[in-house]
Design a protein around this ligand. Structure first.
Ligand SMILES: Nc1ncnc2c1ncn2[C@@H]1O[C@H](COP(=O)(O)OP(=O)(O)O)[C@@H](O)[C@H]1O
Ligand SMILES: [Mg+2]
Length: 271
């Protein structure tokens, strides 16, 4: 048992215990995500690509995590598993106390709609719909009535400081504003986890900083955030950075107060 504990490069003893405790045991309530030995292989016409080779990961509620790593290290494969878009070939994945690995596609889709908000590099907004309509869409699927839909979508847009842009279409918004609409859409169902895959990949550095301020604010208000990025200065906004290499966790580090130090530095430079 002691040897197993030493293998996983996890931040704290509690995390090691959450991940390496006996398989099948439901993690405690403080854990948004517990993954034990996740494996995912792709069969490329007889050649097996081992995209994830046994990833151990435990993320507490309210954590703000960046996942980094070179191209091909397994970041997107891991995000697809965390986001319930795919299931592992081996290992366990617990999301919010539910064992997700091994679920049927229908059950998986249900958990995904309820627990996960996605933000993508390419925004993925409906071009002919207003900001409000775009943000209302997940609530339409969830069967929420018209009045409540409008109210909740308006609140979500206000929370990303777009309360004055409700009736604008995507082509009437800047890139940063479009991404904020996408963030509002991801949050409107009140998901357990906000997952972002390269959320600033299409934005200039100043706009990226604005988006990072939104994420930090969400994190300060208790939202669990997991984002993939290959940009170190974007990852620096997270409180914890996990680096993947060859389908395994290479390092997993907390940077307590890193954001505060960074913003203090930023304001002293700007102001
Ligand atoms: N659908 C797929 N079919 C076959 N191989 C894949 C597929 N998706 C990813 N891979 C392979 O799995 C490995 C990890 O890929 P990926 O998770 O996309 O890495 P990253 O996002 O870090 O660049 C790579 O070798 C990639 O070529
Ligand atoms: Mg990728």
């Amino acid at each position: 048992m002691t040897n197993e504990l030493e293998e996983a490069p996890l931040s704290t003893t509690a995390e090691r215990r959450a991940v390496t405790s006996v398989s099948g045991v439901t993690p405690g309530q403080e854990w948004a995500i517990v993954a034990r030995g996740l494996k995912r292989e792709y069969d490329m016409g007889g050649e097996i690509v081992r995209a994830l080779r046994g990833v151990d990961l435990a993320v507490r509620r309210n954590e703000y995590v960046a996942i980094m790593g070179p191209s091909g290290s397994g970041k997107s494969t891991l995000m697809n598993l965390i986001g319930c878009l795919d299931t592992p070939d081996a290992g366990e994945y617990w999301l919010n106390g539910q064992l997700v690995s091994g679920m049927s596609d229908d059950a998986l889709a249900h958990v995904r709609n309820k627990e996960i908000g996605f933000v993508f590099q390419t925004f993925n907004l409906l071009p002919r719909s207003t900001a409000l309509q775009n943000v209302e869409l997940p609530l339409v699927y969830a069967g929420v009535s018209g009045d409540e839909r409008r109210q909740r979508a308006t609140e979500a847009l206000e929370s990303v400081e777009l309360g004055s842009r409700l009736d604008h279409r995507p082509n009437e918004l800047s890139g940063g504003q479009r991404q904020r609409v996408a963030i509002a859409r991801a949050l409107v169902n009140r998901p357990a986890i906000l997952l972002a895959d390269e959320p600033t990949g299409n934005l200039d550095s100043r706009t990226s900083e604005d988006i990072m301020r939104v994420f930090s604010g969400l994190s300060d208000h208790g939202q669990t955030v997991i984002m993939v990025t290959h940009e170190p200065d974007i990852a620096a906004h997270a409180r914890r950075v996990i680096v993947l290499r060859d389908g395994l966790v290479e390092t997993d580090e907390r940077r307590e107060n890193f954001h505060e130090r960074l913003s203090a530095f930023g304001s002293s430079v700007v102001g």
